[in-house]
Design a binder for this molecule. Structure first.
Ligand SMILES: [Zn+2]
Ligand SMILES: [Zn+2]
Length: 140
């Protein structure tokens, strides 16, 4: 299990129970929208407002604890910062699947940025489309 208190402190944030609970539920469920994070966290903190959860999530994005995954036409999802990976994002159901970077992708990105003398600091590769499950639902 992750040491959330330490992750927060290292990012310059106070390790409050609310923040630790937010990180815990994202860790458990993968990519989550603010609404679903709120639904989870409010179970342990019934007095928590959606605005507070929202503020905490934005703050954790700014401090590099969480990453925002934008989804066209839907609310963004949030995940914990982890090693580079590629997202398959379904624009029908909003599911986000993690795919590992393979060495071909790494080689492509590094030659591309080198060519432009571009100093890469962070990256997020999102592939948008319709997942197998949603394609089936349309076909039947
Ligand atoms: Zn889908
Ligand atoms: Zn991801």
């Amino acid at each position: 299990m992750m040491d959330y208190a330490n992750v927060l402190k290292e990012s310059g944030l106070k390790a409050t129970f609310q923040r630790m609970n937010i990180l815990e539920s994202i860790q458990k469920h993968g990519h989550m929208s603010i609404d679903t994070i709120y639904d989870e966290v409010v179970k342990t903190h019934p007095s928590l407002s959606l605005a507070t959860v929202y503020k905490n999530i934005i703050l954790m994005v700014e401090n590099g604890v969480l990453v925002e995954v934008p989804i066209e036409g839907k609310k963004s999802k949030y995940e914990l910062v982890k090693s580079d990976h590629i997202h398959l994002v379904c624009t029908e159901c909003g599911e986000v699947e993690d795919k590992p970077h393979d060495e071909n992708a790494d080689a492509l990105f590094s030659s591309m940025t080198k060519e432009e003398n571009f100093s890469l600091s962070k990256q997020q590769i999102n592939l948008y489309g319709v997942c197998a499950h949603c394609q089936e639902a349309v076909a039947s």
